[in-house]
Every structure is written in structure tokens, then in C-alpha cells.
Design a protein around this ligand. Structure first.
Ligand SMILES: [Zn+2]
Length: 273
């Protein structure tokens, strides 16, 4: 994470990262080379293809900062703090039980909600906020081709969720997390326009795929340290052999062990410095 980047909430000027700026320069250089020396086309094409591969690889790596600012840990601050982030809800079955669990441990969490789901279950979103947690933007529809879209479609998708979640939660989101963490170079300029900060994670439990809560908890706790951002899911939650959403037992273990190790939970917006 870059400690110098501006706090979320205010539109900010977009500045291309070295990778994005370099890719743009390669494209401009290739066009110029073709204009003056058409025979150089294999080199020009090769450069353009290589820059696209580099941008695509950066977008497929959720924790990379090569395409723009990205919280992969909490900002540096005194105190042993971690953030629990919970994606893909609200879910009428799972989210209320997650909220009870958080209350029982006196823990705070950040919920990256899907706009359409929030519209279907507004009372649950209100409960998230009323119980001291934060609601952030995880896109309106959580489409799997999110990262294949151009700037206009990205803006509409994020704007719709920003409006939906802001209306229901009473305060607009400050953070955005891309569906599946996948991005493209158009995302960062769009986020700058909304004053949204991209947030990924430090560790994830793969709790949408793993039906073993102990394994999910181990993945999250193995090496857990102050400033870590942990990723779990209340929507799309995998179920254990008894049909229980694994997030419940996994989160219970994570919160118990975190407390034993003196780690205090905060929401992402509480961690803004
Ligand atoms: Zn998601």
C-alpha cells in the first residue's frame, strides 16, 4: 500500500501508474513507428501485445498495485488492528447470523455488499449499519465479466451500487472491491471520479469453495499480523457436511484467536488516516 495516497471520500485526480503510463507510451510509439517506417510493424505489434499481456496479468492479480492504489493491508497506525471484510451479501439466511457472531465477539466488520442484493434485502443492510459495521461497494450486479468492460460500463455499474447502498445505508460507500478481485486499467480512473478507494485483502479463506471451516480459519490465521485485511463471504458461502455455511464456524474461530493474540478489529473506514 502507498501511504501517501489521498483518503477515500473525495474525487481525486487520476495519475497513471508506471505500468499504465508505459503501456500508453508503447501504443503511441508503435503508431509513430508505423507512420514513419511501416516495415517495423512486427516490432510495433510485438510491443503492443506485450503491454496488453502485462496489463492483463496485473488485472488478474487482485493484490497488485500496478494498475492503481489498492489497500492490501491497513494503513500504518499504532495498535494491533485487523479488518474483517465480508463479501457478496446481504444474504437473508447467513448475514443475520454473521451479525450475531460479530456482536458476541464485540467485533467490527466491513461488508462489501452487492447493490441488487441490498435492494432485495434493505432491512439487513440497515441492521449491518445499526450494529456498528460498514457497508461498502462490491458492484451492482457482481457480474463475472466485470473486468472485461470499458470505462462507461464500469462507471454505470459502480454508480448504481453507490446510489443503492448510499440510500439504504444512509452514507455512501468509501471503498470498492472488484468482483473476484479482477480489474482492468479503466477501473482506477473511474474510482478516482467517485472518490472510492480500491480494497483487496491480505489473506483469504476461499470460503466460497471450501466446505471445511477449520481449513478456512487456518488459511486466515496462518501468520495473521496487525494491519491484515481478511476476506470472508456471507453471500455465495460454501456449506459444510451438515449444510451450515462455513463462514460461521470459520469466523467464530478467527475472532476468538484474534482476540487471544491481542488483535482488535476495525472497519476499513475506521482505519483511514
Ligand atoms: Zn464477490
Amino acid at each position: 500500500m502507498n501511504a501517501r495516497h489521498p483518503a477515500p471520500g473525495q474525487p481525486r485526480r487520476w495519475r497513471p501508474t508506471p505500468l499504465v503510463g508505459g503501456a500508453a507510451a508503447v501504443h503511441a510509439g508503435a503508431l509513430a513507428a508505423l507512420a514513419v517506417a511501416p516495415a517495423t510493424w512486427p516490432w510495433a505489434a510485438g510491443g503492443v501485445i506485450a503491454s496488453h499481456l502485462a496489463l492483463t496479468a496485473a488485472g488478474l492479480w487482485p493484490r497488485s498495485t500496478l494498475l492503481g492504489h489498492n489497500w492490501t493491508t491497513l494503513p500504518e497506525q499504532p495498535g494491533a488492528r485487523i479488518a474483517i471484510t465480508i463479501d457478496d451479501g446481504p444474504d437473508p439466511d447467513v448475514t443475520p447470523r454473521v451479525l450475531d457472531l460479530l456482536d458476541a465477539h464485540r467485533a467490527r466488520a466491513t461488508f462489501f455488499c452487492i447493490g441488487e442484493r441490498a435492494r432485495r434485502h434493505p432491512r439487513i443492510v440497515e441492521a449491518i449499519v445499526a450494529r456498528g459495521h460498514a457497508v461498502e461497494n462490491h458492484s451492482q450486479r457482481h457480474r463475472h465479466h466485470f473486468s472485461l468492460q470499458g470505462p462507461g460500463a464500469l462507471r454505470r455499474e459502480i454508480d448504481a451500487a453507490q446510489t443503492t447502498l448510499g440510500e439504504i445505508a444512509g452514507t455512501p460507500p468509501l471503498f470498492f472491491r472488484a468482483p473476484a478481485g479482477l480489474r482492468n486499467p479503466f477501473l482506477e480512473p473511474v474510482l478516482c471520479g467517485f472518490g472510492l478507494q480500491l480494497a483487496s485483502w491480505t489473506r483469504r479463506g476461499f470460503d466460497t469453495r471450501t466446505g471445511d471451516a477449520a481449513l478456512v480459519a487456518r488459511r486466515l490465521l496462518d501468520g495473521v499480523a496487525p494491519r491484515d485485511i481478511l476476506l470472508l463471504h456471507d453471500g455465495h458461502a460454501a456449506r459444510d457436511a451438515n449444510g451450515a455455511p462455513v463462514v460461521l464456524a470459520a469466523l467464530d474461530t478467527v475472532l476468538r484467536v484474534a482476540a487471544e493474540r491481542g488483535l482488535h478489529t476495525v472497519t476499513l473506514r475506521e482505519a483511514i488516516v
